[in-house]
Design a protein. Structure first.
Length: 590
């Protein structure tokens, strides 16, 4: 145990002397209240410590004690449905024990030490095991089977393994190491948050993470194991987009990190998720969710830890062979915490005061995503997708955090304030956004959705780009100067924008759209475009085409039930064919 004394206190930063034998990133206890901190800089015998709690009342001469261990998380049954703060203290358990207003220095174990779990062994006496092998399973809830794994860097043979009801700290068996030593096995393991959990092999991401959000799935898809960012100004709908991804993405688990955002947004998550039904299981969405809450009124230093805490928990479930999504809201607030700590450390500032290592820290987070072959003899595969919101000041995406993020991630969903003001949600700008996974996922879409999918989505982007060019002409010379074909292009683009891309997160039938229905909606729009072009070529007037009764039905096609939409779409197609044929015959008579 290393003990030192405080020399200086500067907000969340404490400098202590007499710490020569301590290590970087050791967890320390500061002052009489034993506040939790972490060593982030060592200079001689002086340690600079970021404290994860309010430092008021701490002064020069107070003691600092190193625990000798890095900041780690507890991994085992009981993680799901829980809400933690940035350093994995269970907020609900602390509220019940200490009241709603948490005092400083409180330390509560992350996993419930009293609850018992039924463990079913998968191995027997004498079996040889290595890192990643599965000792057995615990049915954590109705949705997730929790696999108890051999920790990384462990190899040996089973001496004992018992079935029964155990606490996370109880002995469930024993393992014998090659050197002859024997160690007890429990349901829980610990892992340092700043160290990525190892895996056997990283795989190319070839399966899409289906979200049910049409603008994302059709135009800017993300792969399972991929990375994405959602930058946008205040009020453009970042949080709602992330909530939708958490609710509807076809992943097995979601780790939602509220990193420095407003507390009422986290409150919405806490109120909504237990009431939402998981479309995969029919159970509460909270049964496959872990929440990390470090809101804007909580200690600033813990924002950095919250991101690493969240992604370490996600890696643990990935190692079981699950597909996991980490949603961080927002990395800008995390970067602001880095900037504040860097300033207090008197480091040389980079652009806009952010530290020079901003990009590398962001990369350390996003590069922990990926689709992998997990450790273990069964060759199971897991995927971890990382999605981060970015909140640039004034919506200026040229600022350092957004630009550093864009150099790392492969999907950019750029939110546009002007779309949000027009009540177009999700307010993802189709002209600025991009996905570098489109070509990689083409084979999956062609095989599992429709052969026409990639053609339809590419055609969508082409029509929307043509609309932007035509609108520039309209601003100069007016709509009447356009040809009938160009005016039809504007009409089709409007249909894509309003009938397909625009989506209401608060309407049950519209908040989630299966891929097959999305393809059917695009097929409907382009069927109308092709028949309308034929009518124009036959002499039909574009104004008559605009006023066709079927246009209203096309606009309402999105409200067709997800399980019976085909019949409705076929009926609309028949109306399009009949009404445009009437226009063609009338034009030919004239």
């Amino acid at each position: 145990m290393v003990e030192g004394k405080i020399l200086k206190v500067s907000g969340p930063l404490v400098v202590a002397e007499g710490m020569r034998n301590a290590n970087m990133f050791d967890v320390v206890r500061v002052g009489e209240k034993n506040l939790i901190g972490e060593i982030i800089v060592m200079r001689g015998d002086r340690a600079s410590i970021q404290v994860y709690e309010e430092t008021a009342g701490i002064g020069r001469g107070d003691r600092v004690v190193s625990t000798g261990a890095p900041l780690s998380v507890e991994l085992g049954p009981g993680l799901l449905t829980n809400i933690y703060d940035g350093i994995q203290r269970p907020l609900e358990a602390m509220r019940e024990k200490f009241g709603a207003n948490l005092k400083r220095g409180i330390d509560e174990p992350a996993l419930d030490r009293e609850k018992k779990w039924h463990f079913v062994p998968a191995l027997k006496f004498g079996d040889t095991v290595s890192a990643g092998d599965i000792y057995g399973t615990v049915q954590e809830n109705d949705v997730i089977l929790h696999k108890i794994m051999v920790p990384p860097n462990v190899k040996g043979s089973i001496v004992e393994l018992r079935e029964g009801d155990f606490r996370v700290t109880d002995r469930i068996g024993k393992i014998k190491y090659p050197d002859g030593s024997i160690e007890e096995i429990t349901l829980m393991q610990k892992w340092p948050v700043r160290v990525a959990r190892p895996y056997r092999e990283k795989l190319p991401p070839v399966d899409p993470m289906v979200t049910g959000q049409r603008v994302i799935d059709a135009l800017f898809p993300i792969a399972k194991g991929g990375t994405a960012c959602v930058p946008g100004p205040f009020g453009s709908g970042k949080t709602v987009v992330q909530h939708q991804l958490a609710k509807w993405s076809d992943v097995d688990l979601v780790v939602y990190i509220g990193c420095g955002e407003r507390g009422n947004e986290m409150t919405d998550v806490l109120r909504e998720f237990p009431e939402l039904t998981d479309p995969k299981s029919g159970k509460s969405l909270m049964q496959r969710t872990v929440l990390i809450a470090n809101t804007s009124d909580m200690p600033v230093a813990a924002r950095e830890a919250s991101v690493y805490t969240g992604i370490t928990i996600a890696e643990y479930f990935r190692d079981m062979g699950y597909s996991v999504a980490v949603i961080a809201d927002s990395t800008s607030r995390w970067a602001e915490a880095l900037r504040e700590m860097s300033g207090r450390l008197e480091e040389m500032p980079g652009e806009e005061g952010y530290p020079a290592y901003l990009t590398s820290r962001l990369a350390q987070f996003y590069e922990r995503a990926g689709k992998v072959v997990c450790l273990g003899s069964d060759g199971r595969e897991g995927a971890l997708s990382a999605i981060g919101a970015v909140s640039p000041q004034g919506g200026d995406i040229s600022e350092p955090v957004t630009q550093a993020t864009l150099r790392i991630v492969k999907v950019f969903w750029g939110l546009d304030a002007s779309l949000a003001y027009r009540r177009h949600f999700p307010a993802i700008n189709w002209l600025n956004s991009y996905s570098l996974y489109r070509d990689r996922l083409a084979g999956w879409f062609s095989e599992h959705v429709a052969k026409e999918w990639m053609d339809y989505t590419a055609r969508c982007l082409k029509v929307l780009q043509a609309e932007a060019d035509l609108q520039e002409i309209v601003k100069l010379v007016g709509m009447d100067a356009l040809s009938a074909e160009d005016r039809l292009s504007l009409d089709v683009a409007q249909s894509i924008r309003e009938d397909f891309l625009q989506q209401n997160a608060f309407v049950d039938i519209d908040c989630y759209t299966p891929l097959e229905k999305q393809c059917g909606m695009l097929d409907l729009i382009f069927f109308y475009e092709e028949r309308a072009k034929d009518a124009i070529a036959a002499g039909a007037d574009i104004e008559d085409i605009y006023s066709l009764p079927v246009r209203e039905r096309m606009g309402r096609a999105k409200s067709a039930p997800n399980d019976t939409y085909r019949k409705e779409f076929d009926a609309i197609k028949a109306d399009i064919r009949d009404q445009l044929e009437q226009l063609k015959r009338a034009a030919q008579k004239d």
